[in-house]
Write a new protein. Structure first.
Length: 345
């Protein structure tokens, strides 16, 4: 049995070091310079009677405010790094929250896969721009924006942004900062440049574009013009991607779903987990080896991911929609965890 497994079985929390974070508890996961203590239960101090249901995405702005896009009491809940709620908004605006990212100007791109729109919102919830017509998706696999889109990535150099149009299209759409469509690329398939659920998207400091091609179990890298550069394969189901550009080199944080089938749902090293890569595809760390579950030190299905200025990781998890497993787990265990903070040690 691994050291982490022994800790999970015994309930022994970690190696004795506890970070200065009120929500931190449980085992230390990861390796090398990427070791984290997990909060275990839902992170964030919600008012009594509030719930996430599913936190589908999370973003951190330049001031380390954490924005949690979710399908519960309020679509957007804003926290400080101690987990205190400082704002909330979005009631009556969003049908089915899916993706959130921070624009170059500090505003927020919010993707609603329920009505096939992409909305630009201020940090306080003011609607600034809407792309797509609510409730009128384009035909499936037409390549026309949008048919159940998923996420947005922003080029830090010029404000161009990319929309992952992934559930009913197999496309990436590039827009300029003003919202004008520049180009579209991608098609259904498994070859380089093709997609099977464009589930998440991110850019590095040079404006290169990285796509979490979920059901093809890989990350694909493209130039800003959509030219295929490379791919990282042998992932589990690559669902969430965030690139931290604040250090000496860019680091890619990937949230992976469980990658097996029902008979292997107690197997190890199949996901769900977090993987950290360099931009050349080299893996520098993997966080989590155990099967999905409610135990501290495990994940359900990492659906959104972000990192703050201290290197702490925020993971938004879905479970209800994960092939029905979540409903059974909730029936057995009560409301499921939907947001974890991984505190760097």
């Amino acid at each position: 049995m691994s050291e982490v497994s022994e800790r999970l079985e015994s309930g022994f929390p970690h190696d004795g070091h506890r970070p200065d974070d009120p929500g931190a508890q449980g085992p230390v996961l990861g390796e090398g310079d990427f070791r984290y203590e997990l909060t275990g239960k839902n992170w964030g101090n919600l008012p009594e009677g509030w719930f996430y249901k599913e936190a589908t995405a999370v973003a951190v702005d330049a001031n380390d405010r954490i924005y949690v896009f979710n399908r519960g009491t309020s679509p957007m809940i804003v926290f400080d790094t101690d987990g205190n709620m400082v704002d909330h908004w979005g009631e009556g605006v969003f049908k089915n929250p899916h993706g959130i990212s921070v624009a170059r100007d500090g505003n927020l791109w919010c993707v609603d896969n329920g009505d096939s729109t992409v909305r630009k919102m201020s940090p306080s919830g003011e609607l600034l721009m809407t792309l797509g017509e609510a409730g009128k998706p384009s035909p499936k696999m037409s390549g026309v924006p949008f048919s159940v889109p998923t996420h947005v990535a922003v080029d830090p150099n010029n404000g161009d942004f990319y929309v992952a149009d992934g559930y009913s299209n197999a496309s990436v759409h590039k827009f300029n900062e003003g919202g004008e469509l520049i180009k579209t690329w991608g098609e259904s398939g498994t070859d380089p440049g093709q997609f099977n659920i464009v589930h998440n998207i991110a850019t590095d400091r040079d404006g290169m574009v990285y796509v979490a091609d979920r059901e093809n179990h890989r990350i694909q890298k493209f130039s800003p013009d959509g030219e295929f550069q490379m791919q990282v394969v042998n992932m589990s189901r690559a669902a969430a991607i965030y690139i931290d550009t604040r250090g000496a080199e860019d680091l890619i944080y990937i949230g992976e779903y469980f990658g097996g089938i029902a008979s292997n749902d107690v197997g190890t090293n199949l996901g769900p987990r977090i993987t950290v890569l360099k931009t050349n595809g080299d893996r520098v760390a993997r966080i989590g080896t155990e099967p999905y579950g409610s135990q501290t030190g495990r994940f359900y299905s990492p659906h959104g991911i972000a990192v703050d200025s201290k290197g702490n990781i925020y993971v938004a998890e879905v479970s209800h929609s994960d092939y029905g497993r979540g409903w059974n787990l909730e029936h057995e265990h009560g409301e499921l965890r939907s947001l974890q903070k991984l505190v760097k040690v």
